[in-house]
Design a protein around this ligand. Structure first.
Ligand code: NCD
Length: 329
């Protein structure tokens, strides 16, 4: 979407009166940096409403007649199916392009041309792509809202929003938290987005990673610029007893130029019941999933293990975001 605050639809027609100018209406969602605290509080509230709606009725017809194009150039289980389920539960429909190899992309079609095609059939586009910045490119090409569902090692804003919703739901607060992020902080787009998003709150960060997988400097510089406290560690034992949120990530094998480098770090961290015994009682363990080696399945029954609830919350937050960008929240 290259026009902002446009109160007309892409063909210039006036919007029906029930479209709400909520700050997200007609907008792309490309980076968490476009959210301020007020907008976050609003979208978390809409997420709550969506959860209540699903639990009570299972569905609504808020987005009846609307079509989502779900364009995935990279593998996905949760993000792709939760966006689809979100659209279907709100009465909309979905064109799912998961196998780009069967689309004209394999004939050499450019991303802007693919986007121009989809926007002539749909009302909103969700895109996941291996290149950082690709969602921005798609957003520029489209007149309809584009939602970034992960652009390479860049950002994953909708994941960060569902992570925020989960923290609020599990811990009942968003300020004064000590947040440890563990694992692949270099290539992990979820931790990039979540760190940036938490700058809207009072948070203290512990970044735990092997030296090769440290949090990128551009994110650390942003934290310094607004006086957020952070420290970097290699050993998770140094922080475990102190944290409110333990956010664990998978080592992103697909982003390693050299497979041997991946082998060296792939099982650097394993969160197990012995480690959890050292953690506070009122803390939460999160993971964007999929997990590979990094959380022992014996942790799953620990009441502090929130990752499956977190995954469920993804659908509520994506319902909220779709409704918001389409002016129905
Ligand atoms: C994450 C992603 O794709 O960045 N998955 C997800 O969307 N839940 C994390 C990952 O793949 O490790």
């Amino acid at each position: 979407m290259h026009q902002t605050n446009d109160m007309a639809d892409s063909r210039g027609a006036a919007m029906p009166a029930d479209n709400v100018d909520n700050g997200l209406y007609g907008q792309d969602i490309l980076s968490v940096n476009q959210f301020d605290r007020k907008l976050l509080e609003y979208i978390l509230d809409v997420g709550d409403e969506m959860r209540a709606l699903v639990r009570r009725f299972g569905k609504a017809n808020l987005l009846e007649g609307k079509i989502l194009a779900n364009l995935f150039y990279e593998p996905s289980t949760r993000t792709s199916s939760s966006f689809q389920a979100a659209m279907l539960r709100l009465g909309g429909r979905v064109i799912a392009i998961n196998e780009v190899k069967y689309s004209s992309v394999t004939k050499g079609e450019s991303l802007p041309d693919t986007i121009r095609t989809l926007e002539s059939y749909c009302d909103v586009i969700v895109i996941r792509h291996p290149e950082t910045g690709s969602a921005q490119t798609a957003g520029k090409a489209a007149r309809i809202p584009v939602i970034n569902a992960g652009d390479g090692a860049g950002e994953h804003p909708t994941q960060a929003l569902l992570d925020l919703y989960t923290i609020a739901d599990e811990l009942k607060r968003l300020d004064g938290l000590k947040v440890a992020m563990v694992g692949d902080l270099k290539y992990g787009r979820t931790v990039h987005s979540l760190t940036r998003l938490l700058r809207n709150f009072e948070a203290e960060f512990a970044f735990v990673s092997p030296e090769q997988l440290r949090m990128p400097d551009y994110i650390l510089d942003e934290l310094k610029a607004d006086n957020h406290t952070y420290a970097e560690y290699e050993d998770v034992h140094e922080v475990i007893s102190d944290v409110d949120v333990l956010y664990v990530t998978r080592v992103q094998r697909e982003r390693f130029p050299d497979p041997d480098d991946y082998e060296r770090v792939k099982d650097f961290y394993v969160i197990d019941p012995e480690l959890m015994a050292k953690a506070k009682q009122d803390m939460t363990v999160m993971h964007p999933l999929p997990r590979v080696y990094e959380i022992d399945t014996r942790v799953d029954d620990d009441p502090r293990a929130a990752y499956f609830r977190q995954m469920e919350n993804g659908m509520y937050m994506r319902m909220a975001l779709l409704a918001a960008v389409l002016g129905k929240a």
